[in-house]
Design a protein. Structure first.
Length: 263
């Protein structure tokens, strides 16, 4: 009888071990991480993200980890705001791409040349200064067309999921499908933070300074749907754009609900 119980327990252990997807190691920043897949497909702000600001420079950076890249003729959104900017991972070459829409200067899309490793954490960067640039693990940059500013956008900021792109402007070829992997330590700054072809990758958690306008550590307990903006600007993220079962739209009754939640 005792051997049967041991055998049953062993079978259950093996079943659970093979059924549960192993988490990657912590990112170089340490702490928790955001998992993104078909079920947990994105997190987003509720209200428009800095809708009235005209950024002359902007830097969006994060740590990402994935086990396989997007399929051919598809791409994943990493960080983006509809109508303003985005950082993506493209399946055609497995490389990073960035896009930004500008006023006062020509801008558009850049891609290729920076391929994040599979099964490792990588520091990815989107750089905006009238045109879009990007970087990987401390190498990259943007040296074209100084001047101008990113256009305004009244849309939320989204991490993961699908960020719509204006098809009347330059856009990436292929289907925008849902990110499959992990993201940690997303920081957005109102300045071009990295200005040389090579730079020192931040160690530990991203810090808040005078140029930090949003920062998410993703250290919340598993199961929580709200992720705090550590910058102090109050742009908290909500999983799958839902608050208490209500879809994210900063209008009408939901705007009242959001106002109550911020208190």
């Amino acid at each position: 009888m005792i051997y049967r119980q041991i055998f049953i327990c062993l079978c259950l252990f093996v079943f659970i071990a093979t059924s549960v997807k192993a988490l990657p190691p912590p990112s170089p920043a340490g702490g928790g991480m955001l998992r993104l897949d078909e079920t947990h497909d994105f997190v987003a702000t509720v209200e428009a993200w800095f809708f009235d600001e005209q950024f002359e420079g902007l830097t969006a950076e994060a740590w990402i980890y994935f086990e396989e890249p997007p399929q051919f003729l598809s791409f994943w959104s990493i960080i983006g705001q509809e109508g303003r900017f985005g950082l993506v991972l493209h399946g055609n070459s497995g490389s990073l791409g960035a896009w930004g829409y500008h006023e006062g200067a020509d801008g558009g899309i850049t891609g290729g040349g920076h391929v994040p490793p599979i099964g490792e954490w990588a520091h990815v960067t989107a750089i905006y200064d009238a045109s879009a640039g990007k970087g990987l693990n401390g190498k990259g940059g943007n040296w074209c067309c100084p001047g101008g500013h990113l256009i305004k956008s009244a849309n939320p900021l989204r991490i993961g999921g699908i960020v719509p792109q204006d098809l009347d402007r330059g856009h990436f070829v292929g289907d925008n499908v849902k990110f499959q992997g992990y993201i940690d330590e997303v920081r957005i700054s109102d300045v071009v933070r990295y200005v040389k072809p090579e730079w020192k990758v931040p160690k530990g958690k991203f810090a808040v300074d005078e140029h930090t306008i949003s920062l998410w550590h993703f250290d919340e307990a598993p199961g929580l749907s709200r992720f705090k903006d550590a910058s102090g600007n109050g742009h908290h993220l909500w999983r799958s754009g839902v608050i208490g079962g209500l879809a994210v739209k900063a209008q009408g009754k939901l705007a009242t609900t959001w106002g109550q939640l911020k208190q």
